[in-house]
Design a protein. Structure first.
Length: 334
């Protein structure tokens, strides 16, 4: 490429490496703050509609890391925590910490609250200064992140990418995990990753995305991961007294269990109708017995076969005719 001496600039090439040599240098597994959920160094987004339990979730995470106790049943690495409560009263936050069992006898949990500066880069510089003054930090929580970032246009991909890069640089420089909350859209979409209000750069800039949702009293969690294994939609059980959540079964297995329970109750109800139909000692043909039971024909046959297998009714053959009797009646007749 041509150019004058005045404007010609010597550029260094990008660094390239042999991927197999890099592979030999990296650990076999990713070190985590929370095993299987949060890697030691990186960014995590916690997204959900207002009042879905994001702050509750983040305070519980903070106390678990500070105390070294499992989070949602997953082991944690104990360490100091900086919790930036950027909206809401401090009294609510500290009372919640107390309910969660914060002792400050293992790791230290530091509370930062109040509004961030709204001018220039000072808010990031102040955050760096704050982290520098708190040695041993393993986790920083920003709740919610927009109070720190204060983007001019929350939908601007380039702007949000630039702001998220600043958080990533901080996380990597101090070798800690930064977890931030952001609001989800009012309208639910098929892809939970589309839930975050604003640019898709929020989702794309993180190592872990945690999506919380709530319908009535039912809370759910699911994740997407860059390094670890994703968590499929899973129920969260809420303890009102301690204001904490614990992991329940997956939504799919819970729905399967409900369906199996409904089918079990249906079969038991049909078995009761069979007993009632044969209670007077009568013998009913297959068609007569089916007519005496309400519901789906396939399930009726299941109920009949179950009662035969458990010897509660007998199937009798008389030529081509098949009839059914209660077991007790058949024994007395014999």
């Amino acid at each position: 490429m041509s150019g004058t001496k005045e404007n010609k600039k010597v550029l260094e090439p990008y660094i390239v490496r042999d991927p197999l040599e890099v592979l030999r240098a990296v650990p076999q597994s990713y070190p985590c703050v929370v095993d299987g959920l949060l890697i030691e160094t990186g960014l995590t987004m916690v997204c959900g509609k207002p009042k879905t339990g994001k702050s509750t979730f983040l305070r519980q995470l903070s106390v678990c890391v500070a105390e070294g106790t499992p989070f949602l049943g997953m082991p944690v690495k104990c360490g100091n925590v900086l919790y930036a409560s950027l909206e809401g009263p401090d009294a609510v936050v500290v009372r919640h910490f107390e309910k969660l069992g914060l002792t400050q006898s293992h790791g230290k949990l530091h509370l930062m609250s109040g509004s961030m500066l709204n001018v220039g880069e000072d808010r990031f510089r102040r955050l760096v200064k704050t982290i520098e003054g708190l040695p041993g930090l393993r986790l920083v929580v920003l709740d919610p992140v927009h109070r720190l970032l204060r983007p001019q246009d929350n939908d601007n991909y380039a702007e949000i990418t630039r702001l998220m890069e600043k958080l990533e640089v901080i996380a990597k420089h101090f070798k800690l995990q930064i977890v931030f909350s952001t609001h989800g859209k009012k309208r639910k979409t098929d892809d939970p990753g589309d839930a975050a209000v604003g640019s898709v750069a929020y989702r794309g800039s993180t190592d872990t995305n945690i999506f919380l949702s709530k319908q009535g009293s039912q809370r759910t969690i699911e994740t997407e991961q860059r390094c670890l294994t994703y968590m499929e939609p899973t129920l969260l059980h809420f303890d009102e007294g301690r204001q904490e959540v614990r992991l329940g079964p997956t939504v799919e297995s819970a729905e399967d269990s409900k369906r199996e329970n409904r089918e079990r109750l249906t079969i038991e109800r049909m078995e009761g109708e069979i007993v009632k139909a044969l209670a007077d000692g009568s013998s009913l043909t297959t068609d007569e017995l089916l007519a005496a039971i309400t519901g789906n024909d396939a399930k009726k046959y299941v109920a009949i076969e179950r009662m035969i297998q458990s010897a509660r009714i007998y199937r009798e053959h008389e030529g081509k005719k098949i009839s059914y009797r209660l077991a007790a009646i058949a024994e007395e007749a014999a």
